[in-house]
Design a binder for this molecule. Sequence first.
Ligand SMILES: [Mg+2]
Length: 115
Amino acid sequence: MTKDKIREELNKLNETSNMSDIQNYIKCMLKENNYNNTPLELLCYLTEEVGELAKEIRKHESNMEMDINKKYSSNIKDELADVFIYVLTIADKYNIDLLDALKRKETINLERTWE
Ligand SMILES: [Mg+2]
């Protein structure tokens, strides 16, 4: 039942979904899964996912050495999604509207001068 409910909510998301729709999906998914990690635990998971994303990008973009005997089965798209899910989960934990946060911070960033 839980996975059916999550799948049902996930299937409502599409290319016209907005940030609120996405955040509502995450809220539902977390509730259905009884997901109740602390912010510090979530930060650890997010950091781990950022590391996995770094490895995927390194695979594609650098000449840095990789273990040629290890099978790497992930990809940048999946790791970006993992990072996004944890960002959304942390936002949910603090009841942060991410669209509002993005607009507010980008407004501040536009006032910065980089040299
Ligand atoms: Mg991952």
